[in-house]
Design a protein around this ligand. Structure first.
Ligand code: SF4
Ligand code: SF4
Length: 502
C-alpha cells in the first residue's frame, strides 16, 4: 500500500539512506570537465557563464513540486530491476556524456547517481520531491548507454522508474494540469490539426512577434512560453497518399508511420519520405487510420497509454500487409523498436509486438539496407548533421544517415562538436523542463554554428523545433531540413535554394 508522508527532505542535495561506498565526499567529487567532458571552452561567453543559474535549475527552483513522500518508493509492478542496477560498476565513464551532469556537475544528476537513487528506492527510501526531480531531469537521451563499458541497460531502468513515478507520485496540481494538456493534445493528430488554423492565423498576424517584442511572453509561465516559442512556422498541409507506388520494379512494400507532430507540423517531411522511398523501389503504404505510436507516453512513463497506442499501431500495420515499417522520427522509431518489451506481459500481443519491433526501420537504415535505386543529383551544400539521441544513442544508427547523405554528389557532411550531448529537446523535456533544455539548446546551437555549414540536417521533428528556437534566441537563422527532404531534393534534381532559402 502506498503511504504518503509529510514533506520530504527538501533542500538536501544527498539522498537519504547513506552514501554508497563508491561515492566521493561532495568536496572531492570530480567536475564534469575533470572526468573528461569537454568544457565550454571555445563556446561563446554567455553559454554556461552563470553557474548559479545551473545550480538553481538543478535545485529545482520554480519547479511545481508536490511536497510529499511516498513509501515505499516502488511497488511490485516492474520496479527498476535489481540485476540491471547491479550491472553498474560505478566507473563514471558515462558522466562526461550525460547532459545534466555536464550542466551541473551534480552526482545525483548523472546516470550513476540516478541508478543509485533507484537502488535506495528499492531498499525502502521514500520517493520524494528530490528523488523525482533527479529522475524528471533525466532527458532519457541514452548517451550513458552509448558510453557505458559495462552494458548497463539504463533505458530499461529509467523507463521502469518513470512508470513508478507516474503511477505513484502525486504531482502538484499545476504539474498535473500542464502534463494533462500535453498528453491530451500532442498524441492526437486530429486535435492538433484543429489547432492549425488558429495557430497559422496567430503566426500570420504577427501577433506573436509583437507579443515577444513587448515582453508579454516572458510574463507567461515558463512552460507555456516555451510551448509558444517552439512552435514551427506552419505551412500548408500536405497529406501523404495512402499508397504511393514504387517507381520502377517494386523491391519492398513498406508501411510508413506518419506520426502526430510530424504529420501536422512537418507534413512536407512525410511527403518527401514517401517520394524518396518510392524512388528507391518501395511501395509505400501510409494507413489513413493510424494514430500515435505511443513514444511520448512511453518516454514519460505513461505505461497503459503507451501500451494502448502500441497495440493499435501493431494492428493497423499488420492489417496493411507490409514487409517493414519505416519511421522518419527518431523518437518514434526508438519506441516502436521497444514494443516487444512494452507488451511483454500481454499474452495476446507479446509475440506480435516482438515480431513487429523486428520489422521497424529508421528511414536511413532502410535506404542503406536497400542501396539506392534512383540517381542522386548534385547538391553543392555544406551540411551539419545532428544525431538525434533516439537515433544515435537509442537505436545505434549513426553511420546510415551519414552514408545516405554522403552519396549525394557535391554534398559535404560536417560533424558537430559534442555530438553525443543532447540538444535539450528530448520528447516533452523542453516543455516540462524549459530551463535546462534552453541551456542545452544554447550549447548545441553554438556548436552547430561553429561548423560553418549552410544547412542543419537531422531526423527528428523535436530537434528541429528545439534548434530553431535556440538559434533564434541567439539572433541567428540557419536553414534546417529533415534528412528525407535533402535526399528528396537530390533525387528530384531540385535547386539547392529550395533547401537554403527557408
Ligand atoms: S539518459 Fe541522458 S540525461 Fe539521463 S542519465 Fe543518461 S545521459 Fe544523463
Ligand atoms: S558507465 Fe555504466 S557502469 Fe560506469 S557508472 Fe556509468 S552506468 Fe555505471
Amino acid at each position: 500500500m502506498t503511504e504518503q508522508t509529510g514533506r520530504g527532505p527538501e533542500g538536501s542535495r544527498e539522498p537519504q539512506g547513506g552514501a554508497p561506498e563508491h561515492r566521493e565526499p561532495a568536496h572531492e567529487r570530480a567536475s564534469a570537465t575533470q572526468v573528461g567532458a569537454r568544457g565550454p571552452e571555445g563556446l561563446p561567453d554567455e553559454v554556461g557563464a552563470d553557474p548559479g543559474q545551473a545550480d538553481r535549475a538543478t535545485a529545482g527552483a520554480g519547479r511545481p513540486e508536490a511536497g510529499v513522500a511516498v513509501l515505499p518508493a516502488f511497488d511490485d509492478h516492474h520496479p527498476p530491476e535489481q540485476e540491471l542496477i547491479d550491472d553498474c560498476v560505478h566507473c563514471g565513464f558515462c558522466l562526461p556524456t550525460c547532459p545534466t551532469y555536464v550542466l551541473w556537475g551534480e552526482e545525483m544528476d548523472s546516470p550513476r547517481g540516478r541508478i543509485y537513487l533507484m537502488e535506495i528506492g528499492r531498499q525502502g527510501e521514500p520517493m520524494n520531491d528530490e528523488m523525482v526531480r533527479h529522475f524528471d531531469q533525466c532527458l532519457g537521451c541514452m548517451a550513458c548507454v552509448t558510453a557505458c563499458p559495462s552494458g548497463v541497460q539504463y533505458g530499461k531502468l529509467i523507463e521502469a522508474t518513470r512508470q513508478q513515478v507516474e503511477r505513484r507520485y502525486p504531482r502538484s496540481r499545476r504539474d498535473r494540469a500542464f502534463r494533462a494538456l500535453v498528453f491530451r493534445l500532442f498524441p492526437y493528430p486530429r486535435r492538433l490539426r484543429l489547432l492549425r488554423g488558429p495557430l497559422r492565423l496567430y503566426q500570420r498576424s504577427r501577433l506573436g512577434a509583437l507579443a515577444r517584442r513587448a515582453g508579454l511572453l516572458d510574463r507567461l509561465p515558463k512552460r507555456m512560453s516555451a510551448m509558444e516559442r517552439l512552435l514551427p512556422t506552419l505551412g500548408r498541409l500536405e497529406p501523404v497518399p495512402e499508397v504511393t507506388p514504387a517507381a520502377g520494379p517494386r523491391r519492398r512494400r513498406v508501411g510508413m508511420l506518419t506520426g502526430c507532430v510530424q504529420r501536422v507540423f512537418f507534413p512536407e517531411v512525410n511527403t518527401a519520405t514517401a517520394r524518396v522511398l518510392a524512388a528507391d523501389g518501395c511501395e509505400v503504404v501510409a494507413p489513413a487510420d493510424q494514430g500515435c505510436c505511443g513514444a511520448l507516453s512511453l518516454h514519460a512513463g505513461r505505461e497503459a497509454e503507451a501500451q494502448a497506442f502500441a497495440r493499435a499501431a501493431i494492428e493497423t500495420f499488420e492489417a496493411s500487409g507490409v514487409d517493414q515499417v519505416v519511421v522518419n522520427a527518431a523518437g518514434c522509431g526508438s519506441a516502436m523498436k521497444e514494443y516487444g518489451h512494452l507488451l511483454r506481459d500481454d499474452p495476446r500481443f507479446a509475440k506480435r509486438a516482438a515480431a513487429f519491433s523486428d520489422r521497424v526501420r529508421d528511414l536511413s537504415e532502410l535506404l542503406v539496407e536497400l542501396g539506392p535505386a534512383a540517381a542522386r543529383h548534385s547538391l553543392p551544400v555544406k551540411v551539419a548533421w545532428h544525431d538525434a539521441c533516439h537515433l544515435g544513442h537509442a537505436q545505434g544508427i549513426r553511420a546510415q544517415p551519414r552514408k545516405a547523405l554522403s552519396a549525394i554528389p557535391g554534398l559535404e557532411v560536417r560533424e558537430i562538436a559534442e555530438a553525443e550531448i543532447c540538444c535539450g529537446s528530448a520528447g516533452i523535456y523542453n516543455l516540462v523542463e524549459p530551463e535546462p533544455a534552453a541551456e542545452l539548446g544554447d550549447r548545441k546551437a553554438a556548436n552547430v554554428l561553429a561548423t560553418g555549414a549552410d544547412l542543419l540536417v537531422t531526423s527528428n521533428p523535436g530537434c528541429l523545433m528545439q534548434l530553431r528556437n535556440a538559434l533564434e534566441r541567439r539572433g541567428r537563422r540557419l536553414p534546417m531540413a529533415h534528412v528525407a527532404e535533402v535526399l528528396d531534393a537530390s533525387v528530384r534534381g531540385a535547386d539547392p535554394r529550395t533547401l537554403l532559402d527557408r
